[in-house]
Design a protein around this ligand. Structure first.
Ligand code: CA
Length: 531
């Protein structure tokens, strides 16, 4: 965990590749004009922490290289030792989606990592939960208030009787009606909701609250056969073939007289599910049952130096252990698409990746923007000049393993290994879509700082800087800033992360977001029209 005092450090800049002509200032608070680095380079002006300094004279129009990638072209002469920020750079154009290297990199297989386990909840469909949660699915936003009222009472009156159940969570969202439900892209929010309700942390105990008149009818959300058959109680009436039907409380049902009768119905149904969930027990399972979603938010120039490389190292450990790791955030990989298509395990995987990028290019195009709409004022304040630089730091979360599969927004995972799960970079939407894919553990890196958390899965937060880890000592679970100060290596922090994942997945440790119950909203990705 974080230390309590800032560390004084000799003037230090960090480069990512020997061909880089800029470095980033590592020291807390930045460095003043006149600072002399051990190599003799002198700052000609003050450079804030995490911001870039020119290591050599860069002429007007010259390439500015970081990660051995051109992140921009100088808009004027930049003397050695000057501060380089977004106002001094012209951004390169996005790489075309044709003529990309396809599955060209064939890395030597990494040795399997055996013998690592965690204590998880094994489900009927073979998946494994890291928490034991009753989730209440909603077909439409109209029922959110009633469900919330009922959930408060369930927590107060029922949950104490079921000590093996961790929590009761309403899957609230803004979809379900007032939307063009026949539009082709409506499949994205619909399958997202469907697949979230099947997340491994909910034990297959699907219960639904519906209004009655909404466009997203329960049978459309969860057609017969999509949820596991628990026992005779949820068998659908479809002749001989046994298939499960969702357990639905419909508020407009004639049987409901008065608000309290609706609340009573929800509580009665919840109690049945709680009884079954309460009978679940953790068992020892291999680390290969981890399904980890990695994400970053509130990034700075350290993200790609400390936290994200440590996540990348850990990603490779997880893949070696046979687990599943998803990386996402289309606009933050778009500028490195050639790195990803070359790392695809097969041409089909590379083509799927290109398809997702092309779909997203068109989606942004319709809104008259491009991938550069991604960066925030905080990113720039944190030293990230543009989306090219941000993307290079973001991609390293994916480690070095071959990419073995691609899923579209809202789809459920079908295989293990390193998977590209296409999602927007928006923290809440990305997390929501990774939940739908079947994530049972979430890792989130931040440089500027965000208190992000989800009610449905544990979120391990990783600080990119010592300063952030120190100030947010009771929000950050891992301090990757120790990599920049030289106290720890990327491998040290990667292993620490791996061990913490096994502890958190087993329920032996709780993350800070769990401790404080910091829960962000589920936000569905709906590219289809509303009506
Ligand atoms: Ca994000």
């Amino acid at each position: 965990m974080a230390d309590s005092q800032p560390k004084s450090l000799a003037p230090l800049y960090i480069t990512m590749d020997e061909h880089d002509n800029v470095g980033i200032v590592a020291n807390d608070g930045g460095l003043p004009a006149g600072t002399v680095f051990p190599c003799g380079l002198t700052l000609v002006e003050k450079v804030p922490q995490a911001h870039k300094v020119a290591l050599v004279h860069i002429p007007e129009g010259g390439e500015v290289r970081r990660y051995n990638v051109v992140i921009g072209y100088a808009l004027k002469d930049l003397p050695a030792g000057s501060w380089i920020n977004e106002r001094l750079l012209r951004m390169p154009a996005a790489r075309e989606l044709v003529g990309l290297p396809i599955a060209t990199i064939k890395p030597d297989p990494m040795p399997p990592l055996e013998g690592y386990t965690f204590e998880g909840y094994r489900n009927l469909d073979g998946s494994v939960g890291t928490r034991n949660i009753l989730a209440i699915t909603q077909t439409v936003q109209c029922v959110a208030g009633v469900t919330e009222f009922a959930v408060d009472r369930i927590k107060a009156e029922l949950l104490p009787r079921f000590p093996n159940v961790d929590d009761v969570v309403a899957l609230e969202h803004t979809y379900g009606c007032g939307v063009a439900i026949e539009a082709p892209d409506a499949i994205i929010p619909i399958r997202t909701l469907r697949n979230i309700s099947l997340n491994p942390n909910f034990g297959g105990e699907v219960m639904v609250v519906s209004l009655g008149c909404e466009k997203l009818q329960p049978e459309r959300l969860l057609p017969p056969g999509t949820i596991p058959l628990i026992d005779e109680r949820n068998v659908a009436d479809v002749g001989d073939s046994a298939t499960a039907k969702p357990d639905v409380v419909c508020l407009q049902d004639d049987a409901h007289v008065g608000f309290m009768s609706m609340v009573d119905s929800i509580m009665r149904q919840a109690e049945e599910h709680l009884q079954r969930l309460n009978a679940r027990r953790r068992e020892t399972v291999p680390a290969s049952e981890l399904v980890v979603g990695v994400q970053c938010g509130g990034s700075d120039a350290f993200s790609g130096v400390t936290a994200n490389p440590a996540v990348g190292f850990c990603t490779d450990l997880l893949v070696r252990a046979g687990a599943t790791v998803m990386f996402s955030e289309v606009t933050e990989v778009r500028d490195g698409i050639d790195q990803l298509t070359s790392r695809a395990s097969t041409p089909e995987v590379a083509e799927a990746m290109i398809r997702e990028m092309a779909w997203y290019d068109a989606y942004l195009d319709k809104g008259l923007v491009d991938r550069s709409a991604n960066t925030t004022p905080g990113n720039k304040k944190g030293g990230l000049s543009n989306i090219v630089e941000k993307a290079m730091g973001s991609i390293v979360k994916s480690g070095k393993s071959p990419i073995s599969g691609v899923i579209s927004p809202g789809e459920k995972l079908k295989q293990k290994g390193l998977i590209y799960a296409a999602t927007p970079a928006s923290d809440f939407i990305c997390g929501t879509l990774q939940l739908a894919a079947g994530m049972n553990l979430h890792v989130f890196t931040t440089g500027r700082g965000t208190p992000y958390g989800l009610a449905q899965v544990p979120v391990i937060k990783v600080a990119t800087r010592d300063d952030l880890a120190r100030r947010w000592h009771d929000l950050m679970d891992i301090n990757a800033g120790r990599i920049a100060t030289g106290e720890k290596s990327i491998a040290d922090v990667g292993w620490e992360m791996f061990q913490l994942m096994l502890d958190v997945a087993s329920g032996r440790k709780r993350t800070w977001a769990e401790h404080w119950k910091l829960h962000n909203a589920l936000v569905l990705f709906n590219p289809a029209p509303v009506t």
